[in-house]
Write a protein that binds this ligand. Structure first.
Ligand code: FES
Ligand code: FES
Length: 171
């Protein structure tokens, strides 16, 4: 049984021996009890299971966990929905999701939250013109499926965070 060591939300985990082929989603939910990361389609199609991977160059991206083996995440630093709020204080994006009633069942929310956060951090590093904002948000959230059809509200929630602090995100 191969061991897995990684950092999740700034905290080290492992080495933990996992059974051959255990998915990252099962590792998070069943081995670590971190059930905030959801399991939707199980086929890398809906991104409800997406987590943030923080790269050594300071950039981040999201990746689905449902079909990826846990061993693929060995040595990585990731963030999950449980890692956004600090001491119970929601992030601006979380607050915006709530303010917009962006979610209904909430199953897709961790994936949208992680994607939106990655986008905000990208815009902080490389601000864009206002004229490009709508397209940039749409492209970032593209691929995340919401069976409750909250797409417009998710989009508006991300946009509001950007427009609340334009000097930070826009040129
Ligand atoms: S559950 Fe992983 S992409 Fe749908
Ligand atoms: S809020 Fe139900 S799937 Fe998106």
């Amino acid at each position: 049984m191969p061991p897995v060591s990684l950092t999740i939300n700034g905290r080290s985990h492992g080495p933990i021996e996992v059974r051959e082929g255990l998915s990252m989603n099962d590792f998070l939910r069943e081995v670590l009890g971190m059930t905030g990361t959801k399991f939707g389609c199980g086929a890398a199609q809906c991104l409800s299971c997406a987590v943030i991977v923080d790269h050594a160059d300071g950039t981040s991206s999201t990746t689905p966990t449902c079909i990826a083996p846990a061993t693929d995440f060995d040595t990585l630093a990731i963030r999950t929905v449980e890692g956004h709020a600090t001491n119970g204080e929601l992030t601006p994006l979380q607050k915006s999701f709530v303010a917009h009633f962006a979610f209904q069942c909430g199953y897709c929310t961790p994936g949208f939250l992680n994607e939106g956060q990655v986008l905000l951090e990208r815009l902080e590093r490389a601000p864009i013109p206002r004229v490009d904002l709508e397209r940039t948000i749409a492209e970032a959230l593209d691929g995340h499926l919401c069976r409750c059809s909250g797409y417009v509200k998710y989009h508006q929630a991300v946009r509001d965070v950007v427009l609340a602090d334009p000097k930070r995100f826009l040129t």
